[in-house]
Design a protein around this ligand. Structure first.
Ligand code: PGA
Length: 243
């Protein structure tokens, strides 16, 4: 795992977007798998700006890491986020848009359908955020490191973060998510983990300086040679070692 230390949220977003732009400009049929939430909003802004300024995405495939179980157009869904923060804001369209269906009745069938897409479109980049409890995707603490795409139950801290991020109450907040497992996350050619803010500092310390353990899911990435973690000063504020 490589670490890149940056000053603040804006620099993290710029750096994260550079990796995506590199792939979009160099690959014939680039495949990007995005994450949603507070962390990548800055990356999405840059992405929209660049596409509006002519960055070619006509042969790109864009997909996602996970999806909340609930009505497709609920305010908190990954689908809603992707349309509001990207697809509705750009005049050019990617060749393929794939989303996980969080309204699927038969989740096993939905997992099988999405896994086929993952097989057909090997990802150049998997973008990730880090949960305050160290989760990646909805791989919450305790998830075995050999997990494959599954229906995950959220930890309470994750439910609270979702409520805050989308301004919703406890009753409306989703409690389950279809998520890629560690296996599919690490199968991407590059894994880019973005981390910003003091509230992530404990998780960053566990990620970089704690034991490799399912208690801190992101430590599953520690020995990966194709993972880059981009960390801002606030998120790095509890680190003790020199990097
Ligand atoms: P956040 O969530 O980007 O909204 O902080 C990170 C995550 O849970 O992956």
């Amino acid at each position: 795992m490589k670490t890149i230390f940056v000053k603040d949220y804006d620099e993290m977003s710029k750096k994260g977007f550079e990796f995506m732009k590199e792939v979009l400009e160099s690959k014939e049929r680039p495949v990007l798998s995005m994450t949603t939430g507070g962390t990548p909003r800055g990356v999405f802004k840059l992405f929209v700006e660049e596409v509006q300024n002519g960055l070619d995405i006509s042969s790109a495939t864009i997909m996602n890491l996970d999806e909340y179980m609930g009505p497709r157009d609920a305010v908190y869904t990954v689908r809603t986020f992707m349309y509001e923060n990207l697809y509705n804001l750009i005049s050019a369209k990617p060749e393929n848009i794939f989303l996980i269906d969080g309204a699927a009745q038969d989740t096993d069938k939905e997992i099988a359908r999405y896994k086929e897409i993952l097989d057909q479109y090997p990802r150049d980049i998997q973008l990730l955020g880090l949960g305050t409890n160290g989760h990646i995707g909805a791989n919450e603490p305790g998830t075995p490191f050999d997990s494959t795409m599954f229906l995950a139950q959220h930890d309470e801290s994750t439910i609270q973060s979702t409520m805050k991020e989308y301004g919703i109450g406890r009753e409306e907040a989703p409690t389950e998510m279809l998520t890629l497992g560690f296996t599919e996350i690490l199968a991407a050619k590059q894994v880019i983990l973005l981390v910003s803010g003091k509230h992530k500092a404990e998780a960053v310390k566990a990620l970089l300086e704690g034991e490799i353990t399912p208690d801190c899911p992101a430590t599953a990435l520690r020995n990966s040679d194709h993972t880059v973690v981009i960390i801002d000063e606030d998120a790095a504020s509890l680190l003790e070692k020199e990097y």
